[in-house]
Design a binder for this molecule. Structure first.
Ligand code: G3H
Ligand code: 13P
Ligand code: ZN
Length: 309
């Protein structure tokens, strides 16, 4: 039981048609809920920390909480930096003990993205960590890396091949139509599977990563709204599309929004039904259980990762 890199998990996932879930963490309850689910399902697990999460919870707390989860459950965990915007934050995380970092140079010109990624790859590899990069732009907000939806451009397969060759990066996040948050599609959800297949054909040994992969299940949006929420028009990536992506090289699927919705729905429900309660354990407990149930559903029914540890 240890903090591990993604090497072994991606090697296995690449040869099969399932994907590893990468779940964003911000506090103890979220970490406990996710790890309990992965333990129950005997699934490989990536926990990822954004710049916002580092600011909210402080790096030392998150690191110690993840180490505690490993001791408590015996589950091997990859601890990953999500959307690192420069070398400095990637270096800090590697020095802190993260086993994986993302350098997100997607808002920069191609050559600059290559340069930044190479620099992080050299440092991380020398210290036993692995690196994810991103090519192509997702619409929406990506931590400090803001990308205007109108500038969103999908990953060019030939560029992906050149990028991987020149950087030696371990995995690559691709833009094929997903975006972050709860509002992904205005009309019919559509992902560019032909583009994904072409990328996978050109770089068959490179694990691909799908960001913005929450499904935004209507029942959770409705539950939030029933208890005082106001999130109309939310729409995510249909579950069958996620599993299809896993057939074409996608080994890591990033999920944050669905956890937020599941937790918030239960906390809202609890507080609405128990207006006199003010013990945080009473409402955070159901929130933690909601995270666990959502992650079990993702691992088992969407990613097909149960029993793959
Ligand atoms: O990609 C973004 C993740 O959902 C993290 O979001 O920056 O609000 O922590 P955050
Ligand atoms: P969602 O907002 O779809 O959950 O995506 C999360 C993500 O990509 C984190 O990097
Ligand atoms: Zn992302």
């Amino acid at each position: 039981m240890a903090l591990v890199t993604t090497r072994e998990m991606f090697d296995k996932a690449l040869k099969s048609d399932y994907a590893v879930g990468a779940f964003n963490v911000n506090n103890m309850e979220i970490i406990q809920g996710i790890v309990e689910a992965a333990c129950e399902e005997n699934a490989p697990l990536i926990l990822q920390v954004s710049a916002g999460a580092r600011k909210y919870a402080k790096p030392a707390y998150l690191l110690k909480l993840v180490e505690a989860a490993i001791i408590d459950t015996g589950v091997d965990i990859c601890l990953h930096l999500d959307h690192g915007e420069d070398f400095d934050i990637c270096r800090k995380c590697v020095d802190d003990g993260f086993t994986s970092v993302m350098i997100d140079g997607s808002k920069h010109p191609f050559e600059e993205n290559i340069r930044m990624t190479k620099e992080v790859v050299e440092y991380a590899h020398a210290h036993g960590a692995v690196v994810e990069a991103e090519l192509g732009k997702l619409a929406g907000i990506e931590d400090a890396v803001s990308v205007d939806a109108r500038d969103a451009t999908f990953t060019v397969p030939e560029e992906a091949a050149e990028f991987v060759e020149k950087t030696g990066v371990d995995s690559l996040a691709v833009a094929i139509g997903t975006s972050h948050g709860a509002y992904k599609f205005k009309g019919k959800p559509e992902l560019d599977f032909e583009r994904l297949k072409e990328i996978h054909k050109l770089i068959p040994d490179t694990p691909l990563v799908l960001h913005g992969a929450s499904t935004v299940l209507p029942e959770f949006v409705e539950l939030c709204n029933e208890y005082g929420g106001n999130i109309p028009g939310a729409q995510g990536v249909p579950e069958d599309m996620i599993r299809e992506a896993a057939r074409y090289g996608v080994c890591k699927v990033n999920i944050d929004t669905d956890l937020r919705l599941a937790m918030t729905a239960q906390v809202r429900k609890y507080l609405a039904e128990n207006p006199g309660e003010f013990d945080p354990r009473k409402y955070l407990g159901p929130g933690r259980d909601a995270i666990r149930d959502m992650v079990v559903h993702k691992i088992r029914d969407v990613l097909g990762a149960s029993g793959r540890r």
